[in-house]
Design a protein around this ligand. Structure first.
Ligand code: PLP
Length: 475
């Protein structure tokens, strides 16, 4: 129906009743009237309206009419234990009753934050010295960046401050982390990126490999280009390199050949810190506990979030190695404080839920499930490589993507006006599976880590119906 935005706020606030009481129609109207949605075309939303989820069960969520959807993205690559894990609810409730808030500023502390720090250090992919907590992946990456600047001031290299990320990277949306991110919509009209943040080529062989170039030759070329950028800027000015082990929002891009081996050689040569952004890959997504283990990364700083708490409460972490920690330690002693921290850094309820999440990964041997169901997902994705719309089928563990192309030989994309990716995702939702369209009409898959093989099949069957619908429409 036609939508007319209200002019300004209702004068008399409605009483907030004890229970959520709006009917689905009033909820929809109130959504259109009051909510500014993140990552949404705000004009299109006025006609499309929201999908309002009311409850979750395992890998499924249900809308207000009772329809079920398999959450093929685990929400935003995050609800690793699915949508109704009672142990996490109990952990939160216990902590809420015991101590709903305390903090870690100026020598204060609390048990959930301490125990979670120890659990993370013990599970880190490389020796790490300390953990700092924040509330989101963006904040974790902002924190890492601030630590890098502080570190280089501390060790007497104030000119070594530039940071390199990669094209198609996604590191968040705060001012600094959105600058590290290199996707057009995150920069355009936001006046980003900020100074001192540079981007080198993406690891996507499928689109950026040259004719006749092998994956490994392409990987070597990307490392050579990184070195050229460092030399052009002056190695004494380059502080750090940020990378996701597998790029997520940029299109689920796996590192080609021995890519990270070559990249890390360059970083070591010029004394450049390596930040592994494990916000998506951390806690089993790629089949090992960390993407850093899957790809043999040796980060100085590691950021994680999302599956850290199975997304039940916001929490993220920054792990730093001894070298970085010692510089922060000494400098804070000199200045009088390490002048950084969020009100909710290591929020005790979030920390308790994260600790219970890690306990559940151990108890339920989540990596074995990723091995089993991940193999099923990868087989189903690869089986679609011959579908007329699909140019590339890729993935590892429980993360994957299908990239749609107009021409399989040249990899030419469909015209953007056809919106092939978004159309498939819309149809998929009608067939009961929630997925996400990314750049170049790639469709991402990142289901909860608890998904069974039968549920992978159910998800892929629903998806294939959508794919065939759109193929019938446009081919
Ligand atoms: N880093 C990566 C790799 C991500 O995928 C994301 C979010 O999707 C972020 C950072 C930002 O996390 P948040 O949305 O919690 O700020």
């Amino acid at each position: 129906r036609a939508f007319s935005p209200p002019c300004g706020r209702a004068k008399v606030p409605q009483p907030i009743t004890k229970e959520l009481s709006m009917t689905s129609n009033t909820l929809r109207d109130a959504d259109l009237s009051y909510v500014l949605h993140p990552y949404t075309n705000l004009v299109a939303h006025e006609t499309k309206g929201p999908l309002i989820a009311v409850r979750g069960e395992g890998v499924r969520v249900f809308d207000e009419t009772g329809r079920d959807y398999i959450e093929g993205m685990a929400g935003l690559w995050c609800a690793s234990l699915g949508f109704n894990e009672p142990r996490l609810v109990e952990a939160a409730t216990r902590q809420m009753k015991e101590l709903p808030f305390f903090h870690m500023f100026s020598h204060k502390s609390h048990a959930p934050g301490i125990e979670l720090s120890q659990a993370l250090i013990e599970r880190a992919p490389v020796p790490m010295a300390r953990v700092f907590f924040a509330n989101s992946g963006s904040e974790a990456n902002d924190t890492a960046l601030k630590m890098i600047w502080y570190y280089n001031n501390a060790v007497g290299r104030p000119e070594k401050k530039k940071v390199i990320a990669r094209q198609r990277a996604y590191h968040g949306v705060t001012v600094a982390s959105a600058s590290l991110t290199c996707l057009p919509a995150n920069h355009r009209d936001f006046d980003l990126p900020i100074a001192r943040i540079l981007h080198t080529g993406s690891p996507q062989y499928y689109r950026e490999g040259l004719p006749g170039e092998s994956e490994d030759e392409f990987a070597r070329r990307r490392a050579r280009e990184l070195e050229e950028l460092i030399l052009a800027e002056g190695p004494e000015t380059v502080a750090a390199f940020f990378a996701e082990p597998v790029m997520g929002a940029g299109g689920v891009i796996l590192p080609p050949g021995r890519y990270f081996e070559y990249i890390q050689e360059v970083l070591r040569k010029y004394d450049i810190l390596f930040v592994a952004d494990e916000v998506i890959c951390g806690f089993g997504r790629t089949g090992q506990y960390w993407g850093s283990q899957t790809y043999d990364l040796k980060p100085d700083i590691l950021t994680c979030a999302k599956a850290l708490s199975s997304a039940y409460l916001p929490i993220s972490a920054v792990l730093v190695n001894e070298k970085v920690y010692q510089a922060l330690r000494t400098n804070s002693g000199k200045i009088g404080t390490f002048g950084h921290g969020y009100t909710y850094s290591a929020h005790p309820v979030s920390a308790a839920v994260a600790l219970e999440t890690l306990r559940l990964y151990d108890e339920r041997d989540i990596l074995s499930n990723v091995a089993r169901s991940g193999a099923r997902l990868q087989a189903r994705l690869r089986a679609l490589a011959d579908h007329p719309l699909v140019g590339d089928a890729r993935g590892i563990g429980l993360i994957g993507a299908l990239e749609m192309v107009k021409d399989k030989a040249s990899h030419a994309s469909f015209e953007p006006t056809l919106a092939v990716g978004p159309r498939i995702v819309e149809r998929a939702q009608e067939h009961g599976v929630i997925l996400r369209a990314m750049a170049a009409d790639a469709i991402a898959f990142s289901p909860p880590l608890i998904i069974s093989e039968a549920e992978v099949d159910d998800m892929m069957d629903r998806f294939e119906r959508a794919l065939n619908d759109v193929a019938a429409d446009i081919l």
